[in-house]
Design a protein around this ligand. Structure first.
Ligand SMILES: NC(=O)C1=CN([C@@H]2O[C@H](COP(=O)(O)OP(=O)(O)OC[C@H]3O[C@@H](n4cnc5c(N)ncnc54)[C@H](O)[C@@H]3O)[C@@H](O)[C@H]2O)C=CC1
Ligand SMILES: O=C(O)CCC(=O)C(=O)O
Ligand SMILES: [Mg+2]
Length: 365
């Protein structure tokens, strides 16, 4: 059945350990090299993407970066340059753009990019790293979030002065699409349970449609995987109290980012969560809990682990599985040893010292 799913989506095989999002064609390779869009974003984005660039250089990886420097701090900025570059290259590594909460400023560039490229599936992996002290051990859960509609539809208007309507759009088509993605993901990585997160007791129509789409796709098309559903409030409490009961959570946009922030806190902070966004044409890799870190920008203290691990997902997407594994092992070893780690996880090393330690480990691997 797995083969049938892949065949339906125009893919005969997937790399042994890589995850291709099931829908993406392979980015183009010229002379054994790939061009990858690099979007540092705001806050700590430059420092943590610099870390990846140094590691890839040290390992002599066949990647040429096409850099797109756009800032959400710029009041006029649009995402066109990033969209065009990603449409060409089909693959990118991205930091997070800041979005002002001011009413007259532009909307989120992050959301605009996701919508324009239809990179509809956000995957963030919350897994305890040996060496990082946390309250609850051995967390390992994945949040798959619908990236293009729901609360992030961006449709708001003031009908009469003092009355604002914010539209949350939920469609059957997009709910079923993210549901199939979540079950395909579970199947690919041998995960046993997919849980839909909703608030269908209040938003009976919209969240009801989301929940029913996930449960019916699960029951009819993926009989080998268990499916359940949970109200978002309870999901928040349960994920703090007993996160081990969850495996893969599938959510509309807003619940995904909230639970993703809980997930970041569970495993030791936003500097540790890898993530990816998959669409039919492009894949964009970015830290999974999506924090900007304006407060620590330029201080050389950010933890680049989330970005480095996101870059290893990018390598797997290109089928460079051994290269990805080698970098992951060097990161895990550096953190487990605990001698050269950043301050967010109890160390005192700078971003560059931590990066150099990884490069040192790679050289002797
Ligand atoms: N404010 C914005 O422009 C955007 C916000 N968001 C979302 O809003 C929520 C909160 O955002 P913000 O208030 O801007 O949070 P933030 O960017 O200020 O991050 C929260 C805390 O985490 C720390 N942090 C972030 N990255 C780190 C790293 N790599 N290493 C060490 N420490 C790090 C920061 O220093 C800060 O103390 C998140 O869910 C985020 O996904 C997403 C995109 C843009
Ligand atoms: O793009 C933004 O400014 C906020 C979006 C957000 O919170 C997210 O997608 O994680
Ligand atoms: Mg967020």
């Amino acid at each position: 059945m797995f083969k049938t799913v892949l065949a339906k989506r125009g893919l005969a095989t997937v790399p042994a350990t890589g995850f291709r999002g099931f829908l993406n064609p392979l980015p183009k390779e010229y002379g054994g090299r790939y061009t990858v869009t690099l979007i540092p974003g705001d806050g700590v984005g430059k420092e943590v993407t610099d870390s990846v660039v140094s590691i890839f250089n040290a390992e002599n990886l066949p990647i040429d970066w096409e850099r797109v420097d756009i800032s959400g701090l710029d009041h006029e900025e649009g995402v066109e340059a990033a969209v065009n570059s990603l449409k060409r290259n089909k693959i990118g590594l991205k930091g997070i753009w800041h979005t002002s909460a001011g009413q007259s400023d532009h909307g989120s560039l992050n959301v605009a990019l996701r919508k324009q490229l239809d990179i509809y599936a956000n995957v963030a992996h919350f897994k305890t790293l040996p060496g990082v002290k946390t309250r609850i051990p051995d967390v390992d859960l994945v949040i798959i979030r619908e990236n293009t509609e729901g609360e992030y539809s961006g449709l708001e208007h003031e009908s009469v002065p003092g009355v604002v309507e914010s539209l949350k759009i939920i469609t059957k088509e997009k709910s079923e699409r993210i549901a199939r993605f979540a079950f395909d993901f579970a199947k690919r990585f041998d995960r046993k349970l997919v849980t839909a997160v909703h608030k269908a007791n209040i938003m009976k129509l919209g969240d009801g449609l989301f929940r029913n789409s996930v449960t019916s796709i699960g029951e009819t098309e993926y009989p080998d995987i268990k499916v359940s559903s949970i109200i978002v409030d309870n999901a928040s409490m349960q994920s703090v109290a007993k996160p081990h009961q969850f495996d893969v959570l599938v959510t509309p946009s807003m619940y995904g980012t909230i639970l993703g922030n809980i997930g970041a806190a569970l495993i030791g902070g936003p500097g540790l969560v890898p993530g990816a966004n998959y669409g039919t044409e492009c894949a964009v890799f970015e830290p999974g809990s999506r924090h900007v870190g304006l407060d620590i920008k330029g201080q050389n203290v950010a933890n680049p682990t989330a970005m480095i691990l996101s870059s290893t997902l990018l390598l797997k997407h290109l089928g460079l599985n051994n290269e990805a594994k080698k970098i992951e092992d060097a990161v895990y070893k550096t953190i487990a040893e605990g001698k050269v780690t950043t301050r967010d996880i109890g160390g005192s090393a700078s971003t560059t010292e931590f990066t150099n330690e990884i490069i040192k480990k790679l050289a002797s691997a």
